[in-house]
Design a protein around this ligand. Structure first.
Ligand SMILES: Nc1nc2c(ncn2[C@@H]2O[C@H](COP(=O)(O)OP(=O)(O)OP(=O)(O)O)[C@@H](O)[C@H]2O)c(=O)[nH]1
Ligand SMILES: [Mg+2]
Length: 227
């Protein structure tokens, strides 16, 4: 490749189209630290900074995804036991004293062993959070493609639809992609795209670090709009 006169032959440190490099986005993610935990919605502190919620079925991989993105082993509590995350946990991003975004790890839904009353109560808390949380900027819906999108995932999509139409950002992450072969991954993506109704869909694997950089860059863009 030839370079135009006056331009350096090697690529200059020009910001990429996304506005932030993968390294920068991952560095930003790595600043994550525990902010607070709220057993109920009314205990969540009102915040000014943009918040990104990680939602999805129990065991879909929400806490693991947060740990992978932030490159910290035990920031969010991940477990083989479904239903591990039972409160809303918030994590701050940005340099100390300069928090510029917050990640929210939400309890999963749909776990069969949870008593029905608790399930209903939790669905209401969740719906309430998604509808009323003022600083909510984006929602990451995690979905294990081997199980597909469940009825509860679809209800969640319905709940946030009006806010998405008003600009709420939305991403579906198809988790545990390491368990799919190439053809299965491609199929899961196309089904996911249909179900997400135009929203962005990515394959993600904590194990193989697939989709990690791109997701970090996307979350940066959501929380640092330029215009
Ligand atoms: N193979 C594989 N396993 C994963 C991946 N991500 C998560 N898991 C496993 O899935 C299980 C559930 O992960 P969690 O991150 O605790 O899931 P969660 O969605 O936070 O679950 P709740 O808190 O119960 O709602 C754990 O055993 C993880 O190790 C992945 O990318 N690949
Ligand atoms: Mg969890």
């Amino acid at each position: 490749m030839t370079s135009a006169p006056g331009e350096p032959a090697t690529s200059p440190a020009r910001p990429p189209a996304e506005g932030v490099t993968a390294t920068q986005a991952m560095g930003w993610m790595h600043t994550a630290r525990f902010l607070t935990t709220a057993p109920k919605l009314e205990f969540l502190p009102p915040l000014e900074v943009p918040e990104i919620a990680f939602v999805g079925r129990s065991n879909a991989g929400k806490s693991t995804c947060i740990n992978t993105l932030t490159q910290q082993k035990r920031l969010a509590f991940a477990s083989k036991t479904p239903g591990r995350t039972q409160s809303i946990n918030l994590f701050s991003l940005g340099r100390q004293g300069e928090t510029d975004a917050v990640l929210a790890d939400l309890p999963g839904y749909g776990y069969a062993a949870v008593p029905k009353q608790d399930k209903i109560r939790w669905q209401q808390v969740m719906a309430n959070y998604l509808v009323t949380r003022e600083n909510l900027r984006g929602v990451v819906l995690l979905c294990d493609p081997r199980h597909g999108m469940t009825e509860l995932d679809e209800i969640l999509l319905e709940v946030i639809r009006p806010r998405v139409e008003e600009g709420l950002k939305f991403l579906v992450l198809l988790t545990k992609a390491d368990k799919l072969n190439r053809a299965e991954g491609a199929k899961a993506l196309s089904i996911g795209r249909l179900q997400a109704g135009g929203g962005e869909v990515k394959l993600f694997s904590a194990l193989k670090k697939q989709g990690v950089d791109e997701t970090a860059q996307l979350l940066w863009r959501w929380t640092h709009p330029t215009a």
